[in-house]
Write a protein of this length. Structure first.
Length: 131
């Protein structure tokens, strides 16, 4: 099995992956049916799926000439790799700089900051229990 290429997916590729992550497996026409209007052409969806296969994100099971597609990469795995790339490319690998960006630049509400603080406390507790 090919190792996934974790470069950022195109919007079309991400849209297909979101559908496959939700449905777990689908035919190309099922993916097309889940898309918003205006829907792309069937051939466009089929091409995007084949590109995702080449990149190692999607696999298929053949039933004669019909292919059922399924994700090879979990959503959490892609998200983690994507966020690691963002952190390294834009924040020099500094997690605090990344969090500070969202806390300061994006006008987080007091409630959101409190939720973030509570999340940090939960992580601290979990690490204390583990270590």
């Amino acid at each position: 099995m090919k190792k996934p290429d974790y470069r950022e997916l195109t919007p079309a590729e991400l849209q297909v992956m979101q559908i496959l992550w939700t449905k777990k497996k689908a035919l190309a026409r099922d993916v097309l049916n889940e898309m918003d209007e205006p829907k792309p052409a069937y051939n466009t969806v089929s091409t995007v799926i084949r590109v995702l296969e080449k990149k190692g994100f999607v696999g298929h099971k053949a039933y004669g000439t019909t292919y059922e597609y399924y994700p090879l990469v979990k959503k959490k795995e892609y998200t983690s790799n994507f966020m690691q790339n963002v952190m390294h490319n834009f924040f020099g690998g500094n997690r605090l700089a990344l969090l500070s960006y969202f806390a300061g630049e994006e006008d987080m509400t007091v409630e959101e900051l409190e939720e973030l603080n509570a999340l940090v406390r939960k992580v601290e507790e979990r690490k204390k229990q583990e270590g």
